[in-house]
Design a protein. Structure first.
Length: 258
């Protein structure tokens, strides 16, 4: 079995974001956070895969950078881990919001795995979603348009390679998908923005809470049931997409030392 190590890369921030915006119908008072935009580096012997690509450079997406940040956090993070983006041939995109696909242009030799349904939604989303897909914004070409020549569209669940598969998890967007990754400590799930914070998926600590940014709550509920089934049947570990506490560990799985 191919076992991967998952490393979170801090590629920008959703700055000064109301915590309550992540937690539908939950009173979080005035709490706000700079929520990291996380891309994931998956590494196994002979295999390197990216899941999501962050928002892109500060020039491209200044709204996701803090004063004093370097111009391109994703490139710096990859360099820190000794990874040349042009050496990566497989990128999986959980969905096409700009804070997940903005850095895609760095992966010049990659195939991008996206749900076909997400591509359809991105072309002409409902008006309130157009800025986050960068659609219908005068003078702007969405990052996802710039990689269309290398997109591999998925219609449902897919096996990307041994140890890495995708599961459809609609609700945040209609074509959202999660990524299941085999590790030495069992499968880990990157659920995309279905589960942005730990509080959205408290496990035994209460019912799951949808992201306040969603397109279909019925689909959301079915996706939560799907994640619950994965936890029950496979014992998956869920890694949220925008939670600052992800960086409490440099990589996953966390292997207990005895
Ligand atoms: Zn999103």
């Amino acid at each position: 079995m191919t076992e991967f190590q998952l490393t979170p890369l801090r590629c920008g921030y959703v700055i000064n974001h109301a915590v309550g915006s992540f937690l539908y119908r939950t009173d979080c008072g005035d709490a706000r956070i700079d929520a990291p935009c996380i891309a994931w580096l998956l590494q196994a012997p002979g295999q390197t895969v990216m899941v999501d690509t962050g928002p892109g450079s500060c020039t491209q997406a200044p709204q996701h950078y803090r004063p004093g940040d370097p111009d391109d956090l994703l490139l710096l993070e990859l360099a820190r881990h000794g990874v040349d983006p042009s050496s990566i041939d497989t990128v999986i995109l959980t969905h096409l919001h700009n804070d997940h696909v903005g850095g895609a242009g760095h992966f010049l030799n990659a195939i991008f795995h996206v749900q076909e349904r997400e591509l359809r939604e991105a072309v002409w989303p409902v008006p309130f979603q157009r800025p986050i897909y960068e659609v219908n914004q005068r003078g702007r070409t969405p990052a996802w348009v710039q990689i269309l020549d290398r997109v591999q569209a998925l219609d449902g669940d897919g096996v990307i390679m041994p140890g890495v598969s995708t599961v459809t998890l609609p609700g945040h967007t209609s074509g959202s998908q999660g990524v299941l990754v085999d590790t030495a400590a069992g499968p880990h799930l990157l659920p995309g923005d279905l589960i942005p914070l730990r509080e959205n998926w408290p496990g035994g600590g209460g019912p799951p809470i949808p992201n306040g940014n969603h397109t279909d709550l019925y689909a959301y509920e079915r996706s939560f049931l799907r994640v619950a089934a994965l936890v029950t049947s496979l014992g998956v570990t869920v890694l949220p997409s925008h939670d600052p506490r992800i960086f409490d560990q440099p990589s996953y799985p966390v292997i207990p030392t005895s």
